[in-house]
Design a protein around this ligand. Structure first.
Ligand SMILES: NC(=O)C1=CN([C@@H]2O[C@H](COP(=O)(O)OP(=O)(O)OC[C@H]3O[C@@H](n4cnc5c(N)ncnc54)[C@H](OP(=O)(O)O)[C@@H]3O)[C@@H](O)[C@H]2O)C=CC1
Ligand SMILES: N[C@@H](CC=O)C(=O)O
Length: 546
């Protein structure tokens, strides 16, 4: 038995420890060491009502810690008191339970086996999806957590008889009241928006409830306050669903890549935007028509300008960067550009040069600080990211030990997002079972301490460029343009003259990476040339190769 790390028990009254021994409940303890056979220990163990106990893998390492655990869980012990009519002080009771196990180098946790109770706030695409998933996969989830999950409340703005909810689930529009209820352990906030979501989440945290949310807007803009409040109240705010839908990218960055220094990440992180770009470029469909379909499919935000103007991607990038670099959430410092200005003409020219235009969120660390930017980007057509289409998202992460890794999957929609929401619920149920207060063992934003690294302004960011200008058909114009670029220190990677359009010659130039302030300077000078007409189009370009 020595060195054995885990203790297991079933909740049906039969209790089993792997290895040499053990069975409790109706049966007597048998064939353990001398010490556990001592009359005193035997008495307490034999008297246990095992139905009320679960025993889990070793968590506590010392007798002192065990005592601390017991004291902080007085309510559990009090239940045992009542049920077993045991007299004496709490610590004595539990020490007697624990003593034989310590002798054997096991560690025992005494837990209530009541279901973990959820309140789901918002029953739209994500909330409805989560409800369905919790019902459909209940048995599998129960097998994973070892604990029943029961939905006790749903928060809706209007009654939803169409959902045929069981009578045991209480429905209310008073969200603050729901999160104060004693029969709620975990609040799942999937209604979106800043208000009243912020107030409701704060109230839940103050009442010691664990929180799961898909609300990237709220986290990106008020996450620093919310995570602090959660830390102060020893609860978690879990948010896997807030970034890249069903891709478990938060877990990857926070846990899977924890040994690495992350250098940069670049991702397609808005499903609606990628769906629109794909349908437009592959099927020639109109922007408004595809957006309408994305809304019908449940992909778009309540306000779809968040999707098409890059705000949703900026919210997500804020969260990703915080977890990747250990910095506070700083949505206001993300350079943000959407997809509304991408034209079929630029998509065609980019393709002729061997590039695809994708809407990317990029977070990169350099010696000068951190770049946070969201914008349409030319990327080489052979890059995997260039071939991520429709509602799919993908995030490429460059980290110093593992190198580049790529994560791909559905970025929006009921099923994929519910998958992430329910995975967070599962993690929290496990934490409720295994940790002292359910507050979890992993820092919410991946680092124990956040550092205030400098976030670069857009002027300080460095990237390659695609420029399109319309020039009069005159000798010397191209020479003037290239002279300005070279005087500003910008090196040209490719140059392409297109057939005349309405008396003007479209000229496309690709440049090597250059700091944006220099590019602004060059564009201003080129724009001032008398032979250049209309606004110069600039799209950033990334090779994603370092
Ligand atoms: N859709 C997706 O693919 C994804 C969405 N998310 C995020 O998940 C959250 C929910 O999105 P989604 O499900 O698409 O949104 P929906 O608009 O489909 O659903 C939101 C639900 O919340 C309800 N609601 C809104 N405000 C309140 C309120 N004050 N009181 C009670 N109920 C309220 C709405 O009620 P009513 O029906 O009355 O309007 C609706 O049922 C958002 O934060 C979103 O950004 C994250 C990842 C993917
Ligand atoms: N509107 C969002 C939904 C998921 O986050 C998107 O389209 O990506």
């Amino acid at each position: 038995m020595e060195g054995m790390s885990s203790v297991y028990a079933t909740s049906d009254g039969k209790f089993l420890i792997q290895g040499d021994v053990i069975r409790l409940g109706g049966d007597k303890l048998s064939s353990i060491g001398d010490k556990i056979q001592a009359a005193e220990n035997k008495k307490y163990l034999a008297d246990l009502n095992i139905k009320d106990l679960l025993v889990y893998p070793a968590q506590v390492k010392s007798r002192l810690k065990v005592l601390k655990y017991v004291i902080s869980h007085g309510h559990v012990v009090n239940n045992l008191y009542r049920r077993w009519k045991v007299s004496g002080v709490v610590q004595t009771v539990v020490l007697h339970l624990i003593k034989p196990l310590l002798v054997l180098r096991f560690h025992l946790q005494v837990c209530d086996v009541k279901p973990v109770r959820l309140a789901i706030l918002g029953l739209g695409t994500v909330g409805g999806g989560a409800l369905k998933l919790l019902q459909e996969n209940a048995a599998e989830i129960r097998r994973r957590t070892g604990r029943e999950i029961e939905i006790t409340h749903v928060g809706t703005r209007r009654p939803r008889p169409d959902l045929n909810l069981p009578a045991s689930i209480k429905q209310s529009a008073d969200l603050l009241d729901i999160v104060r209820q004693p029969d709620v352990d975990v609040v799942v906030e999937v209604m979106g928006g800043i208000h009243p979501a912020y107030e409701v989440m704060m109230e839940a945290i103050k009442h010691g409830k664990q929180v799961v949310t898909a609300n990237k807007a709220l986290l990106a803009e008020h996450g620093n306050e919310l995570f602090k409040a959660a830390d102060d109240h020893h609860v978690q705010v879990a948010f896997e669903a807030a970034v890249a839908g069903g891709i478990p990218i938060i877990k990857v960055i926070r846990e899977g890549l924890a040994a690495n220094k992350i250098e940069w990440l670049a991702g397609i992180i808005n499903g609606t935007g990628n769906f629109i770009l794909t349908e437009m470029s592959e099927k020639g469909r109109a922007f408004a028509d595809v957006l309408k379909e994305a809304q019908e499919l449940g992909y778009a935000e309540a306000d779809p300008t968040f999707d098409v103007e890059g705000i949703d991607a900026a919210h997500k990038l804020t969260i990703l960067a915080s977890c990747a670099f250990g910095i506070p959430l700083q949505f206001d410092k993300v350079y943000t550009e959407g997809i509304t200005k991408i034209t079929a003409q630029d998509v065609k020219y980019a393709e002729e040069l061997g590039y695809k235009i994708k809407h990317l969120g990029i977070a990169r660390r350099s010696s000068k600080g951190i770049e946070l930017r969201v914008h349409p980007t030319l990327i080489p057509e052979e890059e995997l990211l260039a071939n991520v289409n429709g509602v799919k998202n993908a995030v490429l992460v460059q980290a110093n030990a593992v190198g580049p890794t790529l994560y791909y999957g559905a970025g929006a929609g009921a099923g994929p997002t519910a998958s992430a929401v329910v995975a967070d619920v599962v993690d929290i149920v496990r934490d409720i079972i295994y940790t002292e207060d359910g507050s979890g063992t992993i820092p919410q934003l991946a680092f124990e301490a956040l550092s205030d690294l400098h976030i670069l302004s857009s002027d300080e960011m460095t990237t390659g460029y695609y420029l399109r200008l319309n020039a009069e058909d005159q000798t010397g114009v191209l020479a003037d343009v290239t002279t300005i670029l070279s005087r500003t220190g910008i090196s040209i990677d490719a140059i392409m003259q297109q057939p005349r359009l309405k008396d003007l010659i479209p000229i496309v130039i690709l440049t090597d990476p250059i700091v944006e302030s220099k590019m602004n300077e060059a564009i201003a000078q080129i724009q001032a040339l008398p032979a250049i007409h209309g606004e110069i189009v600039r799209i950033r370009l990334e090779l994603l190769d370092n």
